[in-house]
Design a protein around this ligand. Structure first.
Ligand code: N2P
Length: 361
């Protein structure tokens, strides 16, 4: 009898173990890009445990995706990367009929996304945003005479940038962003395949390198909030997170974010399921969860990035929804541009040029 009870016990434990194994979801997302409390909420509601890892560059994600067996069920590539990764066959089609909240997808944003994912077959938008300048108002006041920063001249004229170098400058380690902005500043198409133009943009970027403390795509949030730097090329929501962290620290540091008058790059990060995902049902449940208005609003409130869920708007604080640097209005939209994926040869040129920008070699 005792042996029988023991056998049943072992069997139950085994079953429990198997079940726990099934109820897993592996998410690979950008850092500082979710309210982590929502991960617990998802687990409470579904019983699915979320293993959550982060990255801060499309290149890191792409290397893993192309290597295969990525081990993640959800990833979040930006638009042009999504487009060429779809072509490379790394994603499975997303059956929107399995998402009961698909009706919450913001139609205009979905249309924008379709320019990267034709027919909206593989992804849904998570967040969308601009790349601009974030700065410590108090630290730069003596340099600017208290005036707000308004132009990319600050970044691209070394005699201007030099003035900020002593208080610390970080630049995103994102060739897509920096080449798009530099090319546009030179009056070119942001995604031109013209080698001479790309080299000219690289020359422009190389000139700023000696003045830049670090090329990095996530550390600037704390560096700004902690007063270690005074200027950063930043993604909108991250700049606001720096502002909020600085406010919480209560040391009188005030971080501002500006979209320079010349305009800037607008990007979208999107949710997709890799082809070799093991927990596809859980992935659909998680996407559906992110598409809930309350969940999307909470994520935007914490990250300060604009989400792709239209009915989240009434749930957002007015100061976020009315902030044109987070939710650009149509006038601001006129100043924004997007980029397409480069052909492989041009992409290699840009990658090499970016290394030259960062290392001087
Ligand atoms: C979140 C950064 C996401 C924007 N910290 C860049 N894709």
């Amino acid at each position: 009898m005792r042996t029988y009870a023991l056998a049943v016990f072992i069997w139950l434990v085994g079953l429990g173990g198997a079940q726990t194994q099934q109820k897993l979801l592996n998410v690979y997302n950008w850092s500082d890009y979710i309210d982590t409390k929502l991960l617990d909420k998802f687990t409470e509601e579904t019983g699915i445990k979320v293993v959550y890892d982060t990255y801060d560059s499309n290149e890191i994600l792409e290397t893993k995706l192309l290597a295969g067996n990525i081990g993640y069920d959800i990833v979040l590539p930006s638009g042009s990367f999504l487009q060429r990764q779809i072509r490379a066959g790394v994603y499975q089609k997303l059956d929107r009929s399995r998402l009961k909240n698909a009706g919450n997808i913001w139609p205009e944003i979905d249309k924008q996304l379709a320019s990267y994912d034709p027919g909206n077959q593989y992804a849904v938008n998570y967040m969308w945003f601009t790349t601009g300048l974030a700065y410590d108002e108090r630290k730069i006041a003596p340099i600017t005479g208290g005036k707000a920063l308004t132009s990319w001249d600050i970044l691209f004229r070394p005699e201007e940038l030099k003035k900020f170098s002593a208080c610390g400058i970080y630049v995103l380690d994102s060739p897509e962003d920096l080449f798009a902005i530099a090319l546009k500043y030179l009056g070119e198409d942001a995604d031109t395949p013209d080698q001479a133009k790309i080299n000219a943009a690289a020359d422009l970027l190389a000139k700023i390198r000696p003045l830049v403390k670090k090329f990095h795509s996530s550390e600037y949030i704390n560096a700004l909030a902690g007063g270690d730097i005074c200027l950063a090329v930043a993604w909108a929501g991250d700049a606001y997170q720096a502002r909020n962290r600085a406010r919480e620290a209560g040391k009188g540091i005030d971080i501002k974010y500006v979209i320079p008058a010349e305009g800037t790059l607008m990007s979208m990060d999107n949710i997709a399921i890799p082809k070799d995902a093991k927990n596809v049902d859980a992935a659909y449940m998680f996407i559906d969860f992110l598409l809930r208005p309350d969940v999307a609003a909470q994520n935007t409130q914490i990250t300060n990035f604009a989400n792709g869920v239209l009915p989240s708007h009434p749930l957002l604080p007015k100061e976020i929804l009315d902030d044109k640097s987070i939710y650009p209005d149509s006038a601001m939209m006129q100043r924004l541009f997007t980029v397409r994926p480069r052909d492989p040869a041009t992409q290699r040129l840009v990658t090499r040029a970016w290394t030259r920008v960062k290392t001087g070699r």
